[in-house]
Write a protein that binds this ligand. Structure first.
Ligand code: DAH
Length: 344
């Protein structure tokens, strides 16, 4: 009996199957209820006591090796049959890698840059962590003046006298100052970037958002230049039928100052909830650069004049794509983000 078992062990060891039928035949022969192994266990009951120990051992071994072979071969057949069914056609074009798309705010920023670059504006950059002087004082915000509270500031370091504070910039106007300090007029640039304000987060406000600052300083720059430049921008950005309107306003760094509205894109001016039934939506603040600001940067206001503006990139994007909640821009929800097709 021992010899028979040994030879069956070799047979199991050598067994290979290419099909499920072959494997089934193996199962029937060895491990099924009517298979050899069960017969051998029946026979085992009859053998003399002193042989039982040795024979029992190899009989168990036989059972185990038959079962594990069955398992092994069946797994192998499963996996190889799966790969065999894939029809590989090497002449097919490859499945392209999934690439992401640009964030809607980036798309808008790029479009704004494109429009202003054609008018001869450069793109400038400045720090988000700023000192009080560049964010406020140089922009003609007097120390301890309530105008500073127009913008709820995140302070990083407060100094005792107030003037030396370090803060997160509340607007991109700081870049105007840095540009004018470090160069010589004429200046013609836009300055996109992120800004921070200590505001509760809602559909309409966020503690960080994006602006694009514009600055044009040269001899004889007038309010008409500001108007025409922004009118051109509005038509390029929102379509040729877009109308533009200037409303008198106040900013410490411009005089005169104006807020700029465009005719509502949603209702075409007849009134809807986006424009709060006025037919107009605000997109930017603007004005003629205040002589004090020019002086603070070492520029003679008798010789040079300029205009400036600050536009909300979120606001423009919301109008452009009809988005009604500011929070969507920073939630990173792929279902939202993938709707903005862009060519990378
Ligand atoms: N800095 C202003 C703000 O954040 C926007 C602004 C208004 C910028 C008028 C300007 C400007 O350059 O001339 O609300």
């Amino acid at each position: 009996m021992e010899e028979r078992i040994q030879s069956l062990l070799r047979e199991i060891d050598d067994f290979k199957a290419k099909t499920k039928d072959e494997l089934e035949a193996f199962r029937l022969k060895f491990t099924s209820r009517k298979g050899i192994i069960n017969d051998l266990f029946e026979e085992f009951k009859q053998i003399p006591g002193e042989q039982k120990k040795n024979v029992g051992k190899i009989l168990n071994q036989l059972k185990q090796s038959a079962e594990s072979k069955l398992q092994q071969v069946s797994e192998w057949l499963e996996s190889s049959s799966a790969s065999e069914t894939i029809d590989i056609d090497l002449t097919l074009p490859p499945i392209p890698d999934k690439v992401g798309n640009l964030h809607p705010l980036t798309l808008t920023k790029n479009r704004i840059i494109e429009i202003f670059e054609r008018l001869g504006f450069n793109v400038e950059d400045g720090p988000e962590i700023e000192d009080d002087w560049h964010n406020f004082t140089a922009l003609n915000f007097p120390l301890n003046h309530p105008a500073r509270e127009m913008q709820d500031t995140f302070f990083i370091k407060k100094s005792a006298e107030g003037g030396g504070d370090i803060l997160l910039r509340t607007h991109t106007s700081n870049v105007q100052i840095r540009m004018m300090q470090n160069g010589k007029p004429p200046f013609r640039a836009i300055m996109p970037g992120r800004v921070y304000r200590n505001e509760a987060i809602s559909a309409r406000a966020h503690c960080f958002f994006h602006q694009v600052e514009g600055l044009y300083v040269d001899r004889k720059v007038g309010f008409a230049d500001l108007k025409q430049t922004l009118y051109h921008f509005a038509k390029e950005m929102f379509g040729k039928d877009t109308k533009i309107r200037f409303r008198p306003s106040f900013f410490p760094f411009t005089e005169p100052s104006a807020e700029i509205d465009i005719s509502c894109l949603i209702c075409g001016g007849s009134g809807c909830n986006v424009c709060k039934y006025s037919g107009w939506v605000e997109i930017a603040g603007s004005g003629m650069v205040h002589p004090n600001v020019l002086r603070n940067c070492g520029i003679d206001p008798e010789e040079f004049t300029g205009f400036a503006f600050g536009m909300g990139i979120e606001r423009v994007t919301m109008l452009r794509y009809q988005i009604n909640d500011l929070r969507l821009f920073s939630e990173n929800d792929v279902r939202f983000l993938k709707q903005f097709q862009s060519v990378l």
